[in-house]
Design a binder for this molecule. Structure first.
Ligand code: ADP
Ligand code: MG
Length: 415
């Protein structure tokens, strides 16, 4: 029976004529198998390449004499510029499919009915009105849709944040009741660590949605966190695979199916992966006034929240408050703390390194093993937090790779 497939191609898969020829080959395979195909594309290439999102933004990272930089762009115009990369790649890929006699048509996000909540730079998809896509699919067309963008209720172009094309693909998959969503990238699926940082990392054949989402939040940029969460909510079949190889990739599924169907290659394994992200800033507020009354801590947390600062590793003590946040918001957080009259210590260049796995919960001694492995590698731990599925440590940025490799070697290399 004909299936409905959403195929998403990331920046490296769109970057060159040769790469797009691979993408075209994948799309035509599905088409000739009789599948209905929707393709979601990212902008072509990565930083430095002519039509990559960062390059487009740099066009308006306005001349030095005006004193403006990219971050000063008006949010609405910033999104309007950033979205051009996908507009271009959708039309280019559709043209290349048509040149091979494949009945493609490109649609920009407003034509494809992708409606967002209107938050510039970090919009969420509110709904997908699929009528035009459905009509084109019924005509037998391959519909090529721009990833990473959607239209606000006011008709403005809004972008979904870095990596957001993955979420575009999953949202379309859900709305179109797709049988399968395939995310094509430049590595053989989701690995036990970033293969570019850890050469011994191995692809994970089947992964529960929840653990994939944890990995994404922990910095494994191979999949956007919201894409994993949305796929989980709708139990969508989602596969991450390589445009440039025939490796089977990673299939996401529920933890229950993994156990019930015996799909887990290593059910006894404690941890599934090591992830990291950087740079993050650490702010430590150590001030006697905090100890005087707990209301002071509460008021400080509220002031940080009012400034829309998203705090991450938060440790509240009677006389201390320690937290991390994205490094580019560090100065703002420091200013709020200082304006409230507290003294602080801060470090700007830190990395959060996380050991991830559904099997970690309740197992004694995992933190001790992490501490021992990092001590042997000469990496001091600056802070730690944990949840039922991960244990994270903060380390200096320059020790990020060393820490990731040490934890991978200790928890995942051993047979
Ligand atoms: P795309 O442009 O295809 O969306 P991304 O750069 O967003 O590609 O994601 C793919 C990259 O994610 C890989 O090249 C890899 O270096 C990186 N990555 C980080 N962590 C992981 C991981 N655990 N597994 C696989 N890739 C990872
Ligand atoms: Mg990506």
């Amino acid at each position: 029976m004909a299936r409905r497939i959403v195929m998403k191609f990331g920046g490296t898969s769109m970057a060159s004529n040769d790469a797009r020829a691979e993408a075209v080959a994948r799309v035509s395979e599905h088409h000739y198998q009789g599948d209905s195909v929707v393709v979601v594309v990212s902008a072509m290439g990565r930083k430095g390449q002519p039509y990559a999102t960062d390059t487009l933004l740099a066009l308006a990272a306005i001349r030095e004499e005006t004193g403006l930089c990219g971050c000063d762009l008006a949010p609405r115009e910033r999104d309007a510029i950033a979205a051009c990369g996908e507009d271009l790649s959708a039309a280019v890929l559709a043209s290349e499919l048509i040149a091979r006699d494949l009945p493609a048509i490109s649609l920009r996000s407003h034509q494809a009915g992708i409606i967002t909540d209107g938050v510039f730079g970090n919009a969420r998809i509110a709904k997908v009105e699929t009528s035009l896509i459905e009509r084109r699919l019924d005509e037998g067309r391959i519909v090529v849709v721009t990833g990473f963008q959607g239209v606000s209720p006011d008709g403005d172009i809004t972008t979904l944040g870095r990596g957001g094309s993955d979420t575009s693909a999953v949202a379309l998959g859900v709305a179109l009741k797709a049988d399968l969503v395939e995310i094509y990238t430049d590595v053989d699926g989701i690995y036990s660590a970033d293969p570019k940082m850890v050469p011994e990392a191995i692809p994970i054949p089947v992964l529960p949605y929840r653990e994939a989402a944890e990995m994404a939040h922990g910095g494994a940029r191979v999949l956007h966190p919201r894409a994993a969460e949305l796929a989980e909510r709708y139990s969508l079949n989602l596969r991450i695979c390589n445009t440039f190889s025939r490796a089977p990739g990673t299939l996401l599924t529920t933890a229950e199916r993994l156990t019930e169907e015996g799909l887990d290659a290593r059910p006894d394994r404690l941890a599934r992966a090591v992830t990291s992200f950087s740079p993050v800033a650490q702010v430590s507020v150590c001030d006697e006034r905090l100890a005087e009354h707990f209301d002071h801590t509460v008021a400080l947390l509220e002031a940080l929240a009012e400034a829309h600062l998203s705090l991450d590793m938060i440790n509240v003590h009677p006389d201390r408050l320690i937290f991390t946040l994205a490094a580019d918001r560090g100065a703002e957080a420091r200013a709020i703390v200082e304006n409230a009259g507290y003294s602080l210590l801060s470090r700007d260049l830190c990395a959060k390194v996380s050991l991830i796995g559904g099997g970690i919960h309740g197992v004694p001694g995992v933190v001790a093993r992490i501490a021992r492995l990092l001590a042997c590698a000469g990496v001091p731990i600056l802070q730690s937090v944990d949840s039922s599925m991960h244990i994270s440590v903060l380390v200096a940025c320059e020790q990020e790779a060393c820490a990731v490799r040490a934890l991978h070697a200790g928890f995942l290399n051993s047979t």
